[in-house]
Design a protein around this ligand. Sequence first.
Ligand code: FES
Ligand SMILES: [Fe+2]
Length: 419
Amino acid sequence: MASEKTIEKEIPEKVFISRDKFDYDIRYLDTKLHRDDPALPMWTYANEELLELEYIECFLKTWQFAGHISDLQKPGDYIVFDMWRDSAIVMVGDDGKIRAFQNVCTHRASRLLDGVGCKKLIQCHYHAWTFNMDGTLKGITQPKEYPPCEKSEMGLNPVEFEIYKGLVFVKMVKSDCLTPAQQFAPIDDMLEAYNIEDAERVEGFGGQDWKCNWKLASDNYAESYHVPTGHPGLNRMTEMGREGGELETGVGFSIFRMRIRASKNLDEARYQAIIHAADDRVEHPVKRTWLNMSMHFNMGIELCGEVVSVFQVLPTGVDSTEVRYSMFGRKNRSKYEQELIELNYKIINQVNSEDKFLTERIQRGAKTQGYKPGALHYQEDTIALNHNNLRALFPVASLAEAPKWGTLAEQNENMLKHQ
Ligand code: FES
Ligand SMILES: [Fe+2]
């Protein structure tokens, strides 16, 4: 543990450059404000029928982060992406090509692989059918005992995937949703500077179960109004550069700048003091900042010099959510960068635990009889944006009361037709 004295000694002069040097190049960051739009009514946070529609439209039909290219380097390398009831494998074939499939045996639906690893073939745990690394069926045990069947049609079901700057995304169900590359196109050169491909998974990070509806975790991620009260540590270290921004392609963004004044907490002050060690990796005038990008409807990508982190909100029920946090650190990192990653994790882990506490308390209030949502602060503008997007898909969510049980999907369909 560093003492205050050593921190003081190690704080380089450039930490104290004047504030105007931190000015962020916001030429691309054109914002549209939504602050007059209302928040969703609270019944939408506790309704199973709505969740069924949301799961299809907001999760299965959108690009979901599955992992990093550093885990897909040689034939047989694979990543498993799990999301509630669904799962996908992204795997490198013998031919070096990457493919993605459903993580489900075509015989009797058994789950095939777990985690991240490398295999020469995929063998089902149940009746030992085998699949090649390109997803085709290799062998069936006791084949003579089956009626005649076409082996070439029994391979694993393909899943769409896209790799953008080393980040691997999958889409489980066909849709015309913009690809990650299209979504990030307006700031492509800025992201290029972070050299995201040049990273590797940092072990030991995973998911937390939050007892709240997925939208509460997403809403909370989108706004910074709660930071001073909810995250005293984050507030001691950082200040918001500019928030509530939205690219034309729908990506939201916010910028956290390290405060010039050192935090009174030693870990936080140490992070502030040595952040420049990783800043120099980024060839862009974005110094001493964290850049947070949010993708609809459930994802955040956080960029800083030493690490790229991905925050994911994945429903597991109407009032339960898996919040997954993945970190990808620089390869060949210096001891300062390693220290920054460890401090970053410690700080963010604290932030996530605070957010879990906050969102679970909202969930407890969500079913209160007669409660009506209040106005949104301008720092909650991204919530309004997200809710507008949800209302466009589910106009039924603009009703003050939940539709009668069993009628929500039909009512939504009718409202969509008459929009
Ligand atoms: S379920 Fe996979 S071989 Fe039977
Ligand atoms: Fe928070």
